[in-house]
Design a protein around this ligand. Structure first.
Ligand code: ADP
Ligand code: ZN
Ligand code: ZN
Length: 742
């Protein structure tokens, strides 16, 4: 209704019209038919009305006739032609993802686009002026002009020719910037890097390659060399990384090296921290082929790239490649599919590959290339296990760990204490009656947090916070059950550790990096910068410090509370623990002085820790894969997880029970049942470990198969019946394929 009349196309009678079948971002299976003016094309976007709303959709088909009665078909509100139609390979990628992860096509395609491209409002009203793409292009043209006029006055005459096309603008910008950059001096590759680069350069067509090398072994240098080659061949490179916000150095390295070939603006960066306009701009540059390198987090996977020639997935084992809501996809897995579809090589890099990837490399499906040594002469850190069973801990810290920190302080070297638990203490407790600080809305404890004092130097306050639902409340003055006024924090989080270290090392400069201390925009960068500048002696940190940063003067790493992950209910926890500890250890000793890593544990004889001391990833993987194989777990089986949420647990359980019962009703001979049930195992529905979050009860049902096609066939049929079950009305449910956490 708010659409200016001039923007509404007039279908012009039945002869001039075509039918379009459109994917929309709605939680309904199937596509939706509309009447469009002649000339509508597959891959084009359109604004249509759906229910009482207007939405942007993508044309998937142009059928000869609509699927419903012609009188019921609505006119398209507006065909959008500010972009060429999406290319076939992009449509195919989205269709594959929708089918594999069992989601409606529109729920895959539209969220993958920069915000302004999927909002009707961006095209409506007077201020819309041709839509977001046109506005961005106009702004770019305006920005290019004044610079020209300014230069005209004081520049040589041969620079005075008028600019007529955008190509000219970017071409001359490239020339300027490239000559302004100091020449990049390339390190001489060591023998294993050389071998890796040669092997990678010899590849043509699809080939997954695992580049296995410890932190600091020079994997980045290998990516750069191969990327440079691909760029020189005139093709584009997609480089996926787990996180960018925290590591601006990484972006700088790639820009500096690759823009020397691709030109200024030749490297586009995409991540969720960008504003809508910035994201659209980077996306457009990549889609139009102006950017030759796309560097980004998992969401960049869905960017159309006309000349894609190479995909790199750095830290391929990192869980952040998996999206945990909406379309629960693995960007790494889809990247492999995309590389196969486009017939290009893909490099998966890691010091601690996922068991899935390692298994493929062992069985020859992936090519394995190794960088066994650190690139710079630095020795690998010495890892030592501190047995905590028979020692008296001081505030949770073993004496040798404290001595090591003291020694490094004396030598002017930095220490890092790694504790993956934020807050002051995980729970508040009453010694008199056993009361604990449970969350009123969740089946979980509320964590004690120290608040910064209201006035500088004033008293710090405490507060209880639930990490599951965000509920916050003041610390009770006395036990709510028995009135005892002496409530005690139990256990230790990073805030309390920071406080203790302050008491133990009064002269030291101590800082903390975790999700709480870095909430404010820019504060993480500030803290990392202080660490790099040597303004911090002892850093307390969670997994946030494990990623990406090389600390030149870091001589010691202490690890606390690692055992908690060793005996987790999650079968992937050991794999994650090993990766995390290797990564934390890798932060240290880059400068040349041998660094030390001490791990406090009550189980030093555990094979995981023993392998860690030897820096023996392969040994750990052999052991872990043997366990997985005998237990019939991934990568030797394929899984999917059906999760239900409801007001009452019984409702969630009832839905899962009906979902399971449906599979028992069919015997596999029924022709409507595509799945081969003999290869499918359905487990009993069980409540989640934290069963209630924000007053919602949750339960899940695990499905397993030894065959991916069998599982896919089953899921396809199952996803079709789940919406129609009697119990569905009272639950919210989702199906997750290849879940990372179960
Ligand atoms: P990774 O990505 O495996 O962690 P990097 O590629 O970041 O390792 O390399 C670690 C450090 O070693 C970087 O400072 C890098 O510049 C340097 N480096 C890499 N390869 C070489 C080489 N062949 N000669 C000298 N320095 C190198
Ligand atoms: Zn009490
Ligand atoms: Zn809660």
């Amino acid at each position: 209704p708010s659409v200016p009349v001039s923007l509404v196309p007039s279908p012009g009678g039945e002869e001039g019209a075509t039918w379009v079948r459109v994917a929309l971002d709605v939680p309904l299976a199937g596509l939706f038919d509309y009447r469009a003016p002649a000339g509508a094309r597959v891959g084009q976007r359109a604004i249509v009305s759906f229910g009482r709303r207007e939405m942007v959709g993508i044309v998937i088909e142009t059928p000869v006739a609509p699927a419903v009665a012609v009188e019921q078909v609505k006119d398209v509100v507006q065909m959008l032609d500010d972009l060429p139609p999406f290319p076939d390979d992009w449509l195919k990628l989205a269709a594959f993802a929708a089918d594999y992860y069992q989601r409606p096509l529109g729920e895959v395609m539209l969220p993958a686009l920069p915000g302004p491209l999927r909002k009707p409002a961006a095209y409506q009203g007077l201020r819309a002026a041709g839509g977001p793409v046109a506005r961005l292009d106009a702004r770019a043209a305006r920005a290019a002009k004044p610079k020209r006029t300014r230069r005209k006055k004081d520049q040589a005459p041969d620079d005075e020719r008028a600019l007529t096309s955008e190509e000219n603008v970017s071409a001359s910008e490239n020339a300027e910037a490239t000559s302004a950059l100091p020449p990049v001096s390339l390190p001489t590759l060591n023998a294993s890097q050389q071998e890796a680069v040669e092997a990678l350069s010899g590849l043509s067509g699809f080939k997954p390659v695992l580049l296995h090398g410890v932190t600091g072994s020079g994997k980045t240098e290998v990516y750069l060399r191969v990327a440079e080659r691909v760029l020189r061949e005139g093709r584009q490179v997609m480089l996926l990384v787990p996180e960018i916000n925290l590591t601006p150095q990484l972006e700088q390295v790639f820009r500096r090296r690759l823009e020397a070939i691709a030109g200024t603006g030749g490297v586009a960066v995409l991540h969720s921290g960008l504003a809508d306009g910035e994201r659209l701009q980077a996306w457009l540059r990549a889609v139009r082929g102006q950017a030759r390198v796309l560097l980004g987090t998992r969401l960049s996977l869905f960017t159309p790239l006309p000349d894609l020639g190479l995909i790199v997935v750095d830290e391929e084992h990192d869980p952040s490649y998996k999206q945990q809501e909406g379309l629960r996809y693995s960007a790494r897995d889809l990247a492999i599919w995309r590389a196969r579809d486009r017939g290009v090589p893909i490099i998966l890099g890691s010091a601690t590959p996922s068991m899935e990837t390692w298994h493929h490399a062992q069985t020859g499906r992936y090519l394995l290339l190794s960088l066994p040594q650190r690139a710079l002469a630095a020795e690998p850190p010495r890892i030592r296990l501190l047995d905590t069973r028979n020692v008296k801990l001081q505030q949770g810290l073993a004496p040798p760990l404290l001595q090591a920190v003291a020694q490094r302080l004396e030598k002017g070297e930095q220490s890092l204490i790694f504790l993956n638990r934020r807050g002051y203490a995980p729970v508040l407790h009453c010694d008199a009656c056993g009361w604990v600080s449970g969350c009123p809305r969740c089946s979980a404890y509320m964590v004690l947090h120290r608040q910064p004092p209201r006035v500088p130097g004033g008293p710090g306050r405490h507060e209880l916070r639930c990490h599951h639902c965000g509920w916050q409340q003041r610390v009770p003055m006395a036990c709510p059950d028995c009135g005892n006024q002496d409530l005690q924090p139990m256990g230790r989080g990073t805030q309390r550790l920071e406080e203790h270290l302050g008491e133990l090392f009064p002269g030291a400069r101590i800082a903390r990096i975790d999700a709480d201390s870095t909430r404010r925009k820019g504060s993480a960068q500030e803290l990392f910068a202080r660490m790099h500048a040597g303004d911090i002696d002892i850093l307390v940190g969670t997994q946030m410090v494990a990623k990406g940063h090389d600390f030149q003067n870091l001589g010691f790493v202490g690890v606390l509370n690692a055992d908690a992950m060793l005996f987790s209910h999650d079968f992937r926890a050991p794999e994650r623990l090993f990766a995390q500890l290797m990564q934390v250890a890798g932060r240290a000793g880059r400068a040349g002085t041998p660094a030390e890593v001490y791990i406090q544990t009550g189980y030093p004889e555990q094979p995981l820790y023993q392998a860690l001391v030897r820096h023996d990833y392969a040994g750990f993987a052999r052991y872990a894969l043997r366990e997985r194989e005998s237990a019939g777990l991934p990568p030797f089986a394929y899984q999917a997880l059906l999760t239900a949420e409801a007001r009452e647990l019984a409702q969630a359980q009832a839905f899962l029970a009906q979902a399971r019962a449906w599979t028992e009703r069919t015997d596999g001979t029924d022709s409507s049942q595509a799945a081969d049930m003999s290869r499918i195992t359905l487990y009993d529905p069980v409540p989640l470990r934290v069963v209630r979050v924000a007053n919602v009860e949750r339960a899940q049902l695990l499905v397993e198969s030894d065959s991916r096609p069998a599982l896919q066939g089953f899921l396809r049929a199952w996803a079709g019946v789940l919406p129609g079950l009697a119990a569905t009305a009272r639950v919210r449910w989702h199906l997750e394929v290849d879940p990372l956490e179960i």
